[in-house]
Design a binder for this molecule. Sequence first.
Ligand code: RFL
Ligand code: PHB
Length: 393
Amino acid sequence: MKTQVVIIGSGPAGLLLSEILHRHGVESVVLERSSREHVLSRIRAGVLESTTVDVLRQNGLAARMDVEGHPHDGMRIAWAGRDSFFVDTASTLGRRFMVYGQTSIQEDLYAAADRRGQPVLTEVSDVVLHDFDGAPGARPFVTCVQQGQALRIDCEFIAGCDGFHGVSRRSIPETVRREYEKVYPFGWLGVMARVKPLPDITYVNNPRGFALASYRNEKLSRFYIQVALDDQLDAWPDERFWPELKSRFPAEMAQAIEEGPTIEKSIAPLRSFVSEPMRYGALYLCGDAAHIVPPTGAKGLNLAVSDVYYLSRALGRWYGKGDASLLDGYSETALRRVWSSVRTSWYLTNLLHRFPHFSAFDQKAQEHELDYLKSSHFAQAALAEQYAGLPFE
Ligand code: RFL
Ligand code: PHB
């Protein structure tokens, strides 16, 4: 096979990239390790920055989101024994964000790929990247196995959109890669439940640990609580989960939380991770393949979208005008926005969680930070700007 761009991974980064490239008249083939059913069954993000919403709208991917998604004007922060406060992105910045599940975006992207006959090869294994180091005369290609058959795909560029555990990042020589990592000493238990959500996305700092109430639709809620790193799912039956969740919210909010059937539970560790550079020769990394943020700021999916925005624009410029300047600047441009979201997610994670090793000093400093945020319009405006999402330029 032969194409212009091989895209490894059919998560939101990979499928969105193939869609935008198609609009620029650039051909691609997408390779996916899992089955389509598996990709569509993953429950993850929910909060879309206004820039992400714009990219989806500009590329004809927003019809369902504009009907089923829920615009929000801000988010709420609460902590033990004090009144909560609302960080208002609409009144401070004139910007709202959208709550719309990643699972639905993934369905919309697969539907769009089907409509235009995009080749998406699923259940591929043994993906290997070849001749992509940019040496003069080298022509990149990717090999893999699908249903027992060995495939070779010749291409001009490779986009590594294969998530944190993918093969693309690790194909860059260790001598070139610089990795920055912070692993947090706790995880999140995420629960989807068929109950009416609280009106606002609400983050809570409580002596029993962090909690978050989020939204999918009028009858579907997404909750998270901080759990120990070695906690197992079977230690969290519903009879334990609901009282624990409610015990972390201020009393009047706890009363408003409805209990009901849970449909999904999972535990995820929290990590900040950045791998630099995001380009090596003809290989360009996008999304979780290059960076991971803890979910506290809801930035991961949004960063995948901003990487794809920069890369699709750069490839469009190259194929349209023969101008490589945006490709050459891709890593630097993308990393500037990545580090900004990495910093915000790290800040919110430190602000809202209980750390096992915290001293009395650390605890006081954290409480003071929350007090300051609550009382200062300027501090709230700075957080609102980060939460709603910085502009691409
Ligand atoms: P993905 O979604 O992991 O997709 C990568 C795809 O690559 C495939 N793959 C391979 N394919 C071929 N060959 C290989 N060798 C391969 N190795 C892997 C995988 O099967 C997969 O299909 O990465 P992508 O596209 O970069 O998208 C990133 C987002 O999924 C991620 O950042 C977000 O889900 C993070 N995240 C959140 N982000 C937000 O913006 N807002 C949120 O509210 C939010 N909440 C969350 C989150 C992530 C969570 N978890 C569980 C990780 C909440 C949670 C709980
Ligand atoms: C979600 O709705 O899944 C969600 C919301 C906010 C976050 C993380 C996840 O910070």
